[in-house]
Design a protein around this ligand. Structure first.
Ligand code: ZN
Length: 246
């Protein structure tokens, strides 16, 4: 299986389209979406419909904190995120909200676990921003590979059987062998609102036959998305963030 891992799409139609083209061109035969289909961006309805179609075709999708906030009270959010979620709600119909409400919190694919934030307490939306923050996730599941999003900055961590964790360098575009003597946690970068100082859309490919993970970055027309953010009356900081990738 060559699994394309997409996360934090954040209602960015142009970025999602570019990533779907890229993964198809790389011969991926399965797709996992790790949540936050909506929030921040200007095309929530289109993105929910697109992911719904992917799921109908066999993709797996788990729930993110913005998806939860769009269809229920959700967890507390900063004022910018809250403003965008309040607007997002006005853009989604009952069926789209229903789809978000019924997304599972986690999914298992054999020895791979998928979750938006952390395996430790999926509904607490913990940010795995360092190797030490990954310790709880490794303890909470026996999965050999844990794939998460939520942070918008890619990170790769491995754990020895003794429990010692270590950050692993991973350059985008270069496959990393996921040695079987260790366990692995990858924080996959965001499709629709990257924060790794590179505005190109982020995603990752897990090749189970080759046992390799590759982070990828795909340039897209972020200026077009930023114009839509402004036209929708969403906060200016959300437009600027797309242009800087930060
Ligand atoms: Zn997010």
């Amino acid at each position: 299986m060559k699994l394309a891992i997409l996360t934090d799409i954040h209602a960015n139609r142009e970025a999602l389209t570019a990533v779907l083209e890229d993964q198809a061109a790389r011969g991926c035969d399965a797709i996992a979406v790790l949540g936050d289909i909506v929030g921040y961006g200007p095309d929530p309805a289109w993105c929910v419909d697109r992911v719904r179609r992917l799921v109908a075709e066999g993709a797996i999708c788990v729930k993110g904190n913005h998806d939860a906030a769009a269809c229920g009270p959700g967890a507390p959010m900063n004022p910018t995120a809250r403003k965008a979620i309040d607007w997002t709600r006005t853009q989604l119909d009952a069926a789209q909200l229903e789809f978000l409400a019924h997304l599972p919190m986690t999914a298992d694919l054999g020895d791979v676990m998928l979750v938006h934030a952390s395996a430790e307490a999926p509904a607490d939306w913990i940010y795995i921003t360092s190797e030490l923050k990954a310790v709880g996730a490794f303890r909470a599941t026996r999965a050999r590979v844990i794939l998460v999003g939520h942070v918008h900055v890619p990170l790769l961590v491995s754990a020895e059987m003794s429990g010692t964790v270590r950050e692993q360098k991973a350059r985008s575009g270069l496959p990393v062998p996921l040695l079987r003597s260790r366990r692995w946690l990858a924080v996959v970068g965001s499709v629709g609102q990257p924060r790794d100082r590179n505005p190109a859309a982020g995603y990752a490919v897990y090749d189970s036959a080759a046992n390799e993970l590759t982070f990828r970055k795909v340039p897209y027309d972020c200026a077009a998305t930023a114009r839509k953010v402004r036209a929708a009356g969403l906060p200016e900081s959300l437009a600027l963030r797309l242009l800087s990738g930060d």
